[in-house]
Design a binder for this molecule. Structure first.
Ligand SMILES: Cc1cc2nc3c(=O)[nH]c(=O)nc-3n(C[C@H](O)[C@H](O)[C@H](O)COP(=O)(O)OP(=O)(O)OC[C@H]3O[C@@H](n4cnc5c(N)ncnc54)[C@H](O)[C@@H]3O)c2cc1C
Length: 341
């Protein structure tokens, strides 16, 4: 192929060429579905944008809602977004998958997007597999790495194995694990062009009745820098006050194991783990939690893990950076007292 140059150099030249093609994202044309609430872009969308940027190519954002204009303005300032499509319809107000998935399909068909990205949130998990099924392609869920245009990394078996998946589908429909990618940022002098998204059929198969959301002045569990979680060892819901007192001093969010949630100690929005929230704070304190793999799946990427458990053989100590073998009802009040106001 390179007859006039030695093979080692030829190989280097070819791989450099491949790298160049890849990093410029030749042929890559991505669509970012923007999740938003109360006029603000969701953090997970900003992480998904960073994942999309790793592929290069052009990135178009889709903002759907009953009044998407304000969010579209914010999205237009995000670095890496070259165009914003706006779909304004009352049917899109609550991001129901039965209406948003056909919109994605129609938008992809019109613009020929090669990749669709969004956050691996309840909304993303609700919409993207449906859109993938309508397009007759595989959904690639919860990615933590981008290897190439057709190759992605994702944890399987509750994070006990890491799979590298390669797809031959023409359109790649991808949800992104937020904790694996930095949040993309806005640039004041950047302004992407804006236009209306194509019209899509509104099936009206489901109707939005309402939602009940736990309101809290504490940091959001999904994005907090510090998290203190309690497990079955807390014994009951009232005892969680011990954790809230410490959390207030640390500026931390409070989480829980599934056993604590199932026992009714706390609301299930606090659950951390495979079937709960995935968190990766700077500090994670596990109190009265044994460390089952399903719990570890949600917190083991935390920077510093502290475990407090009375059982020295509890598996949580295997992933902990600091461990305290003690009764939590003695240790937590002492800790709270020692942490300055
Ligand atoms: C499909 C599936 C999905 C799941 N998803 C999740 C998930 O998302 N999140 C999750 O957390 N779990 C999940 N689980 C459940 C998981 O397997 C465990 O059952 C659960 O995590 C155990 O919670 P725990 O550590 O609080 O309770 P336990 O395992 O009962 O541990 C309690 C710990 O508290 C300690 N303790 C008790 N009293 C004290 C005290 N006074 N002082 C100090 N320590 C004390 C004990 O030594 C023990 O280690 C899932 C399970 C399945 C099958």
């Amino acid at each position: 192929m390179f007859p006039s140059i030695p093979s080692r150099i030829a190989l280097q030249t070819r791989s450099a060429l491949v790298r160049r093609l890849y990093s410029t994202g030749a042929g890559v044309n991505s669509l970012l579905y923007v999740e938003h609430k109360d006029g603000a872009i969701s953090g997970a969308t900003l992480n998904a944008l960073t994942a999309a940027k790793k592929l290069g190519g052009s990135i178009t954002a889709l903002v759907a809602g009953d009044a998407p204009e304000g969010v579209a303005e914010q999205v237009a300032k995000l670095e890496g977004v070259s165009k914003v499509l706006t779909a304004k319809e009352s049917a899109y107000a609550n991001a129901l998958p039965e209406d948003i998935a056909p919109l994605l399909v129609e938008t992809q068909a019109q613009f020929g997007f090669t990749h669709l990205f969004t956050g691996h949130t309840a909304t993303g998990k609700n919409i993207f597999p449906r859109a993938a099924a309508l397009m007759d392609v595989a959904a690639i869920s919860d990615i933590t790495g981008v290897e190439a245009e057709d190759t992605f990394v994702r944890p399987i078996y509750a994070g006990n194995a890491i799979a590298t998946v390669k797809t031959s589908d023409k359109v790649k429909v991808i949800t992104v694990r937020g904790t694996a990618f930095e949040a993309a940022s806005a640039k004041e002098d950047h302004s992407a062009s804006q236009e209306a998204a194509p019209a899509a059929e509104k099936l009206g198969l489901t109707q939005w009745i309402g939602e009940e959301i736990q309101k809290s002045d504490r940091p959001d569990l999904g994005s907090a820098k510090r998290v203190i979680s309690g497990g079955r060892g807390m014994k009951n819901g009232e005892n969680f006050k011990l954790l809230y007192d410490l959390a207030d001093k640390l500026g931390a969010a409070v989480g829980a194991s599934r056993a604590a949630v199932d026992a009714g100690f706390v609301d299930n929005s606090l659950q951390v783990g495979q079937t709960g929230k995935i968190v990766a704070p700077e500090l994670y304190i596990a109190v009265g939690i044994s460390g089952a793999i399903q719990h570890l799946a949600g917190m083991k990427d935390s920077k510093t893990i502290v475990a407090i458990n009375k059982d020295a053989d509890a598996p949580i100590f295997q992933v902990a950076d600091y461990g305290l073998v003690d009764d939590l009802f003695k240790a937590i009040p002492e800790l709270t007292e020692k942490v300055g106001n």
